[in-house]
Design a protein around this ligand. Structure first.
Ligand code: BG6
Length: 316
């Protein structure tokens, strides 16, 4: 579509009253990012499909995180100590990073840079000074790339440690028809069994009941195959060794006030993370972690063809 330029627009969402950025690419893909949580809530490919799940019962009101999209979990995933579950980054208001330092990796020009810094309030519960820079970028092909840079800017010279996850809620047609490939034979921590370390068996991960696992040292690329939608979601990661996989299933779904009773059938959380070995940053050091997701037609299956090849054959 010659002549239609990519754009980045700041708007106030009418329904929620919150500020968000809308990124649009010339071929029709788009992304929405809220300043609240630095959270991507919408990602549409060139075919017009929303690829992320957001609950119909999601509240867009602090202090609750938005139930869906891509939650930024920092400085922890899980609940330990006085910090809130999955850390505070997902329920703080981020700011626009007007002049980010030079970016170490190339990204598309259709992007927005956000920043979160330690506030006086947060220093009381997590006494470390940091700058968290998040770039959300949409490529001309409609791929969504999130890059996080976290820097220790403490003046006392002390190191700090954190765990991290891109808690990504994908929209799927029917959870019982979905398989995740790339995690087979890996070790995982099972949150449903007191974080017991187990080894995945079988050809692929399929879903028949509640799943709450952290796969350790996962490959840089995994795929989520949605048979009914004839779509494969490809997740690539860097700087993040682990993969979180979660579906609450029926019982837990009913117990969550901001989640519909049957919505577990149409969502699956799979996200790049650093859990088992916390990231440690000395004063002045910066860490970088990336997650890129793309959607390709489902003719790709079981690693027979590389998604890159498929992508050249089809434009979606
Ligand atoms: C998963 C946790 O990562 O996130 C689950 O392992 C938790 O135990 C789920 O239920 C959702 O967490 P929250 O805080 O968003 O309700």
């Amino acid at each position: 579509m010659a002549g239609v330029a990519a754009s980045v627009e700041r708007v106030k969402d009418r329904a929620t009253g919150l500020d968000k950025f809308v990124l649009r690419e010339a071929r029709g893909s788009s992304v929405e990012v809220y300043l609240y949580g630095g959270q991507v809530t919408f990602w549409k490919n060139n075919f017009g499909h929303q690829l992320l799940f957001v609950s119909n019962k999601a509240t867009f009101k602090p202090p609750k995180a938005i139930r869906g999209g891509i939650q930024i979990c920092f400085p922890q995933l899980g609940s330990h100590g006085v910090l809130e579950q999955h850390g505070f980054a997902r329920n703080r208001f981020w700011s626009v990073d007007e002049s980010p330092p030079p970016f170490p990796v190339a990204t598309s020009n259709c992007h927005i840079d956000l920043i979160l810094k330690s506030s006086q309030e947060d220093l009381k519960i997590w006494p470390h000074s940091y700058e968290f820079r998040l770039r959300v970028a949409l490529s001309p092909r409609g791929d969504l790339l999130l890059t996080s840079r976290i820097k220790n800017i403490s003046s006392d010279g002390k190191p700090f440690q954190f765990t991290f996850a891109y808690h990504t809620y994908f929209s799927v047609s029917d959870i019982s028809e979905v398989r995740v490939e790339g995690l087979e034979t890996l070790d995982y921590l099972d949150n449903l069994q007191s974080k017991n370390r187990c080894t995945e068996q079988g050809d692929a991960v399929v879903f028949e009941s509640e799943v709450d696992k952290v796969y350790l040292s996962a490959p840089k690329k995994i795929v989520i195959i949605d048979h009914e939608k004839k779509r494969t979601l490809v997740l690539r990661k860097e700087g993040l060794p682990d993969i979180v996989v979660w579906n609450p299933w029926d019982k837990k779904a009913k117990a969550m006030p901001d989640f519909g009773d049957d919505e577990y059938k149409n969502m699956l959380c799979v996200g790049a993370a650093a859990i088992e070995k916390p990231i440690s940053l000395k004063s002045g050091e910066e860490w970088l972690g990336k997650q890129e997701i793309s959607a390709v037609p489902s003719s790709y299956s079981s690693g027979q063809l590389d998604p890159e090849v498929i992508r050249r054959m089809h434009t979606i």
